[in-house]
Design a protein around this ligand. Structure first.
Ligand code: SAH
Ligand code: SF4
Length: 363
């Protein structure tokens, strides 16, 4: 078997190399991988962290994904939607914290009252924000026209995780009800890219039925599709979801955590100039999880700035962190923790994906 240090010397990783790196069990090998990924991040991006304030503004959702706590079929969830004024107050808070961007995330709705409201909201946020900042959307599958309208209103980035690039696995984790189609998800991702957004995708790691080969293909998918931003994190079970029935198939949490760290590191080696988020799901397994994600090559964090009273109703998975703290408290500890690992929060740059900038220049 080829040694990990030899693989890390290569210019281009083959599928077999990626499988080998993701399968690492030796602690020393994992450290080598992380060191290599971090050195690439240092030379392309620097010891920098870009922050986006995450606003989970509504948990109404028309979908019923088998893994997600706020799926429409979960009637234990108290549904909420922030008013425009409440969202604008959060935007004001984000500006006070000198954030250069926010992420608007919600369950998926596609009725015209919703899509129109979002168009108007983007305009309102644009008008209220001074200095100007970037708006990222994470609102699921929409028509090309809707993506275009929101882009024209001023949103620059869109996150739509493919969840898994394997169609069979996709089918296992979604109901076959005509609303959850792998092909449609893929088409939406293409439409987002076509519209001109900085395009983000990602997958869940450690799903039941998922193999290392599946995850390898996910990384190759991200590279082939020329993705600009990636958010990947461990799958975490939620007791009120159908996938919970398969919890006996799951690998232990720390293994899921380490595999997620290796996914980040390998992706950084494969795509030196993209933005990679260190996700909240990492923090749920391990309090310093997001910091370890940064040390493995991630360069973006999305602190939750949703008003506290709503956070308990946006539980995609069990044991989600920071649902009992005020946004400000989370903010303070975040700053200290990032300094502690020798990284710096960047406040005077948007932190656009360098991959996007390079991609646009070539086109
Ligand atoms: N409704 C939108 C955005 C909100 S969900 C959408 O689905 O695109 C955002 C992400 O949360 C999903 O893409 C999924 O990857 C993640 N997620 C949902 N349930 C999860 C779980 N149980 N564990 C880990 N991540 C989960
Ligand atoms: Fe809805 Fe997104 Fe959860 Fe699926 S993952 S049920 S689309 S919020």
């Amino acid at each position: 078997m080829i040694a990990v240090c030899e693989i890390l010397e290569k210019q281009e990783l083959s599928r077999q190399d990626i499988i080998r790196l993701l399968s690492i069990t030796d602690k020393g090998d994992q450290e080598l991988l992380i060191k290599k990924a971090y050195s690439i991040k240092e030379s392309t991006i620097g010891r920098k962290v870009y922050l986006r304030g995450l606003i989970e503004f509504s948990n109404y959702c028309r979908k019923n994904c088998y893994y997600c706590g706020i799926r429409s079929g979960n009637n234990k969830v108290a549904r909420y939607s922030l008013s425009d004024d409440e969202i604008l107050q959060v935007v004001e808070f984000a500006q006070k914290q000198q954030l250069k961007g926010i992420v608007l995330q919600s369950g998926e709705l596609n009725r015209s009252d919703f899509t129109k409201r979002i168009t108007a909201l983007i305009t309102k946020i644009k008008n209220a924000a001074n200095p100007e900042f970037r708006i990222t959307l994470s609102l699921g599958e929409q028509s090309l026209e809707t993506y275009q309208r929101w882009f024209d209103a001023g949103a620059q980035r869109y996150l739509l995780r493919i969840e898994t690039s394997n169609e069979d696995l996709y089918k296992k984790i979604h109901p076959a009800d005509g609303l959850h189609s792998f092909k449609v998800r893929l088409r939406c991702l293409e439409d987002i890219q076509k519209t001109g957004y900085m395009t983000g995708t990602g997958v869940m790691i450690g799903l039941p039925f998922q193999t290392i080969e599946n995850l390898t293909d996910d990384l190759l998918f991200i590279k082939e599709r020329d993705i600009d931003m990636v958010g990947m994190g461990p799958y975490l079970e939620h007791a009120d979801t159908p996938l919970y029935d398969h919890k006996d198939l799951l690998m232990p949490l720390m293994e899921r955590f380490n595999l997620s760290i290796r996914m980040i590191a390998v992706l950084r080696i494969m795509m030196p100039d993209i933005n990679i988020a260190s996700t909240t799901a990492l923090q749920s397994i391990f309090p310093l999880g997001r910091e370890l994600g940064l040390k493995a090559g991630a360069n973006v964090m999305m602190p939750n700035i949703t008003p506290l009273k709503y956070r308990r109703s946006y539980l995609l998975y069990d044991n989600k962190p920071c649902i009992d703290e005020e946004a400000d408290d989370c903010w303070d500890c975040l700053e200290k923790r990032i300094k502690m690992i020798g990284e710096e929060i960047v406040r005077n740059e948007y932190g656009d994906s360098k991959h996007f900038i390079n991609r646009i220049q070539i086109d």
